[in-house]
Design a protein. Structure first.
Lengths: 153, 139
C-alpha cells in the first residue's frame, strides 16, 4: 500500500468534511455538489443562486491554488508535480459518462458528496442505500470495462 | 457574507479534492477496480470526510439556526424508491466509465481538457433531462 497516497487521501477527506460542516454551520445547507450546481444551472433560483456560484468558484480555485503553491501537494498517480489528472478516455466516452452522471444524480437526488459525505454523516437511510448502489454499479462497470471487455478506461 | 461563506466552503472542498488526488480519475478508477491493482485512497478520502462531518454536524446542529441563514435545510425523506436507486445506479455506471463524479469533474476545470469539457457539457444536459423528467405540478 502507498502510505503517502493514503495519507493525502485522509488529509483531503478531512478538508472535504470540514467544508461540509462549514456550509451547514454558516448557511444551513447540505454540501452536495450535484444539488448545489445542478440547481444553479437548471433553475437559477432568485435570491438563492449567488452562494451556489460562489461555491463553484471556490471548488475550482482550490486545485488552482494548490497548483500555484508548487509541486508535491497533489496526489495524481505517478506524477507528484501534478494536481489534475488526465481524463480516462476520449470525448465520446466522456459524453456518455457525463450524461449518465447528470441524469443519475439528478433523478437520484445526489452524488458522492450529497449522499456520501453528507448523507452518511447524517445516518440517512436513503443516502446509505444510494451510496451502496452507486458504488456497486461503478465497481461492476469498471470490472466489465477493464476485465471482461479489456482496454478502454 | 453568505456568498463569502459559500466560497470558503467551495475552496475547502476543492482543496480537499486536489490534496486527496480525487481530481485524478486514475485514483478513483483504481479504487473501483477491485480485481486489479487496488488503490485504497478513495476509502481514506470518504472515511476521513464522513467521520469529520459526522462530528462536525453534531456540533453545528446544536445551534438553533445557522450563523448566516434563517434555518437548517435538511432532507426529511426516509423512504426508498425506484428513482433513488435507479438514479444512483445510472450515476454509478457513468462514474465507473469516467472516474469523474460531479465534484472532481467541476474542480478539474482548473486544468481543462477536451474530454473534461465533453463530460461537463453532457453532465449539465443530464441535469436538465432529469429536471424535465421530474414528477411535479407544472405551472
Amino acid at each position: 500500500m502507498d502510505i503517502t497516497a493514503s495519507l493525502h487521501g485522509l488529509i483531503g477527506g478531512i478538508l472535504i468534511g470540514l467544508s461540509a460542516t462549514w456550509l451547514m454551520l454558516t448557511l444551513g445547507r447540505i454540501a452536495g455538489v450535484s444539488g448545489i450546481i445542478g440547481t444553479l444551472v437548471t433553475r437559477q433560483p432568485r435570491g438563492d443562486s449567488a452562494w451556489r456560484l460562489a461555491f463553484l468558484l471556490g471548488l475550482v480555485s482550490g486545485p488552482l491554488a494548490l497548483a500555484l503553491a508548487g509541486g508535491g501537494l497533489g496526489n495524481v498517480v505517478g506524477r507528484p508535480e501534478a494536481v489534475i489528472g488526465e481524463p480516462a478516455g476520449g470525448v465520446a466516452l466522456m459524453l456518455v459518462a457525463g450524461l449518465l452522471v447528470g441524469v443519475g444524480t439528478g433523478i437520484g437526488s445526489g452524488c458522492t458528496s450529497g449522499h456520501g459525505v453528507c448523507g452518511l454523516a447524517r445516518l440517512s437511510p436513503r443516502s446509505m442505500v444510494a451510496t451502496l448502489t452507486f458504488l456497486a454499479a461503478a465497481i461492476i462497470t469498471v470490472f466489465v470495462v477493464r476485465h471482461l471487455i479489456g482496454g478502454g478506461a | 457574507m453568505r456568498t463569502l461563506m459559500a466560497y470558503v466552503a467551495g475552496l475547502l472542498f476543492g482543496l480537499g479534492l486536489a490534496v486527496s488526488g480525487m481530481t485524478d480519475p486514475a485514483r478513483v478508477l483504481g479504487f473501483l477496480d477491485l480485481a486489479g491493482a487496488w488503490d485504497p485512497t478513495l476509502m481514506f478520502v470518504l472515511g476521513g470526510a464522513v467521520v469529520t462531518n459526522f462530528v462536525g454536524y453534531r456540533l453545528a446542529l446544536r445551534r438553533p439556526n445557522p450563523l448566516f441563514a434563517g434555518a437548517f435545510q435538511l432532507p426529511t425523506r426516509r423512504d426508498l424508491d425506484g428513482r433513488l436507486i435507479g438514479g444512483a445506479a445510472l450515476f454509478g455506471v457513468g462514474w465507473g466509465l469516467s472516474g469523474y463524479c460531479p465534484g472532481p469533474a467541476l474542480a478539474s476545470l482548473a486544468g481543462p481538457t477536451a474530454p473534461l469539457a465533453a463530460m461537463l457539457a453532457a453532465m449539465i444536459a443530464g441535469w436538465f433531462l432529469a429536471w424535465f423528467l421530474a414528477p411535479r405540478p407544472r405551472p
